[in-house]
Ligand binder design. Structure first.
Ligand code: ADP
Length: 636
């Protein structure tokens, strides 16, 4: 169809409607896009605001925790959280709390004083000609001295000399006694540590594995619990020695790494104090362990509190819970200290918070937030899609409806003009003939007789046409009730064809009916009308042949009345629609055969009212067969 047709009345209505529907859908899509964009913007704005709040809360919780730690460190004997240590130092000494948490320290107490020359005689004997036995006697005598420092020194020397003399059991005994001398330091190391170390060494030398393992493990455990005030170098040396002695049987010591990290950080802090005794806070690292250090100066004293990774993890966890967010810490250079966050994050720098680290905060369940946003978006899209589909669907059906109405309007106007034509032809000839007869212009009796016949035929034709229209009107409106009765289809066929013969006298009708009766329940008048219509059509659409065949056949269930012609035939594409009201075949309209398009609709109506069906076989140019199949009346 050319494009211009869509803009002519009444089609422009359709075009207008379609344009409206399409515009509606486009607007809807645009709206959906806008809504989505807006929703996304609101969503990310809300998430950002939430993060900012969470970051502020995190800062507050950290500040509170650190203040609390400082307060606890300052109170002389209050408890401290796990993995923290409070330290008070001056230039020569250091004290820490809780006891034993620092496993080594930057400064150790001085060695105990021994009067000069006490061991000279013994050493002369030990290293001179007098021999070990005399040295042993001298040292043994000194082990009974009043001074603890002298006693301890004597035991050390006695043990050493006995070892040299190969008297290992006695040496072990001497060291065991040395271990019982308290509060004496020899060469910067506690006497009891020297004793236990020496015992292990003797046990190792004499191959006493079981005892060695036990004593070495005890030594390691005491070293790890900060039993002695040792420098880092001393501690590391003895600990590694003890570990070697313990061998594969060395027991694992929980929290050793954390303790080492605290002690190392304290060492580092001490060094810093020596150079620059100011207040401050920092994160000091040892291996992968960060240690928080906060210190204050009150010359000559400096006090500090240190917290290891476990402590930091505990407060981070607390912050995470309180702020309902993931929390990560980084140092001033951006190096991660603790934790990791994923997704969008809010940060708080050291300069703004006064904390020794930068805080990064992210949503605690970023995936859940994303999933929720996605679900909301999906819901919105589904809703809009449904509305879109509804608009399109209803537009389509409305479009189809309007199209059908337009087609019916067209068919109706064609019908009106077709009916007018059908009426005009007989009316014209009737008018002319009756005028001629009235005016006495027809003198010949024969001619007058012929004219009367024509008048009768034409009025018959008009009558039938009117009958057909009325019956169709009744059938359409459902007003015409069928009056079913038992009758013989053979009788009906014979009656109608006889009447039709006299109507179409110059046509040959070949009728075949079975010899047996053919009982059906039918409305005589309506079924006759339907058969008449088929005969009339066979006549109208057979321009060359003058033959019509009418066949009645019967089987157990059905009676079939077939009307066959050798007319123009019906193309395949028309075979269904010609049964609809006002529909005419394209060929019929072209060949100028008059008609109204209601005959077959009426046939269809009547046959369906009889619970039957109409069958059509046709071949263009060769003819058509219309068969009305209706149920036979059974006696049972
Ligand atoms: P009308 O004959 O008034 O046009 P009908 O409803 O009786 O209306 O028939 C509808 C159409 O079916 C006809 O216009 C014609 O095209 C086609 N038709 C009906 N009967 C025949 C036939 N016997 N041979 C060929 N075409 C037929």
């Amino acid at each position: 169809m050319p494009l211009i047709h869509w803009f002519r009345p009444p089609r422009y209505l359709l075009t207008l409607y379609l344009a409206g529907a399409v515009t509606g859908v486009v607007c809807l899509a645009w709206l959906a896009g806008r809504l989505l964009a807006q929703e996304q913007a609101v969503e990310s704005e809300r998430a950002r605001a939430q993060l900012e709040v969470a970051a502020d809360r995190a800062v507050a919780v950290f500040q509170r925790s650190l203040n609390e730690l400082e307060r606890q460190a300052l109170s002389e004997d209050g408890p401290l959280p796990p993995d923290t240590v409070a330290v008070i130092a001056d230039h020569v000494s250091i004290r820490s709390r809780p006891a034993g948490r620092l496993i080594f320290v930057p400064v150790v107490p001085p060695s105990s004083e021994v009067p000069p020359g006490v061991f000279t005689a013994g050493e002369r004997a030990e290293f001179g000609k007098a021999g070990l036995a005399s040295a042993i006697d001298i040292y043994r005598a000194l082990t009974r001295a009043r001074s603890r420092a002298v006693r301890a020194g004597a035991f050390v020397r006695l043990g050493r000399t006995l070892r040299k003399a190969g008297r290992h059991t006695e040496a072990l005994q001497a060291y065991a006694e040395l271990a019982r001398v308290e509060d004496v330091r020899i060469d910067g190391r506690p006497a009891d540590l020297i004793a236990r170390e020496a015992r292990c060494s003797v046990l190792d030398e004499t191959g006493q594995r079981a005892l060695l393992e036990r004593e070495a493990n005890d030594l390691r455990r005491d070293l790890a619990s900060g039993h002695w005030a040792l420098t880092r170098a001393a501690w590391e040396f003895v600990f590694s020695e003890a570990s070697t002695w313990a061998g594969p049987g060395a027991t694992t010591i929980n929290g050793l790494d954390a303790a080492i990290a605290l002690a190392v950080a304290t060492d580092a802090l001490w060094q810093q104090w020596q150079d620059r005794p100011t207040a401050g806070q920092a994160v000091i690292r040892h291996a992968d362990r960060p240690v928080l250090a906060m210190w204050k100066t009150a010359p000559p004293q400096i006090s500090a509190v240190l917290g290891g990774r476990e402590y930091l993890e505990t407060i981070c966890r607390q912050v995470s819970i309180d702020a309902n967010a993931q929390v990560a810490l980084a140092d001033r250079d951006g190096q991660p200290i603790l934790g990791r966050v994923s997704g969008t994050q809010a940060t708080r720098a050291t300069a703004d918070t006064g904390l020794p680290w930068t805080i990064a905060v992210a949503a605690s369940h970023p995936n859940r937030a994303v999933a929720e946003a996605l679900a909301r978006r999906r819901l919105l899209l589904t809703g809009l899609a449904i509305v879109g589909v509804l608009i399109l669907g209803s537009s389509y059906f409305t479009f189809r409806g309007i199209q059908r109405e337009l087609a019916i309007a067209r068919l109706q106007s064609e019908f009106v003009s077709a009916v007018s034509h059908e009426f005009r032809t007989p009316l014209t000839s009737m008018r002319q003939l009756s005028h001629m007869l009235l005016e006495g212009r027809v003198i010949s009796n024969d001619r007058r007789g012929q004219y009367y016949e024509v008048l009768v035929r034409e009025s018959e034709r008009l009558h039938r046409l009117v009958e057909k229209l009325l019956s169709f009107g009744r059938a359409e409106s459902g007003a015409g009730r069928y009056r079913f009765e038992s009758l013989d289809a053979g009788d009906l066929v014979r009656a109608v064809t006889t009447e039709f013969r006299s109507y179409a006298s110059d046509w040959s009708l070949e009728i075949s009916t079975p010899s047996t009766p053919c009982p059906v329940r039918a409305d005589r008048e309506m079924l006759s009308l339907a058969l008449w219509n088929l005969l009339d059509n066979a006549m109208k659409y057979s321009p060359e042949s003058r033959m019509i065949w009418v066949d009645l056949s019967i089987d157990a269930k059905h009676a079939s009345i077939a009307v066959r012609d050798r007319g123009i035939g019906i193309p395949r594409q028309d075979r269904q629609r010609i049964f609809r009201k006002f529909e005419r075949g394209a060929q019929a309209a072209e060949s100028g055969v008059q008609g109204t398009g209601i005959g077959l609709a009426l046939v269809h109506h009547v046959v369906h009212a009889h619970r039957g069906e109409v069958r059509l076989e046709s071949e263009v140019g060769r003819g058509s067969t219309f068969t009305m199949v209706i149920p036979v009346e059974t006696t049972a």
